[in-house]
Design a protein around this ligand. Structure first.
Ligand SMILES: [Zn+2]
Length: 100
């Protein structure tokens, strides 16, 4: 059963905007525990910035999900791969999941 927004046993206030952003991927993949999902969805109702952020992520995921690798010219793909590797190599921890 999904927690009731008025349930005092649910700690609604501990989800920060940083927590929200860190949980976005898991939320969109349906991988959040029920309590975390409830706190996540509650945060959207009280934080317009994160609500907009989530909308933008959804639009981006939908747009990118429709792209196919063969639609990208080979030279462009190679350039992106090299740029991404260089960025990753020069940015320690760049792709690590933030600690919760
Ligand atoms: Zn927020």
């Amino acid at each position: 059963m999904f927690p009731d927004e008025n349930d005092p046993s649910v700690d609604w206030g501990t989800l920060t905007c940083a927590d929200f952003i860190a949980l976005c991927t898991d939320y969109l993949e349906g991988a959040l525990a029920l309590d975390d999902r409830a706190r996540f969805e509650h945060h959207i109702t009280v934080c317009q910035g994160c609500d907009r952020w989530l909308d933008q992520i959804r639009v981006t995921v939908e747009a990118v999900g429709g792209l196919e690798e063969d639609l990208v010219p080979a030279g462009v793909l190679d350039g992106l791969i090299h740029a991404f590797r260089d960025w990753k190599a020069s940015t320690p921890g760049a792709l690590e999941k933030p600690a919760l």
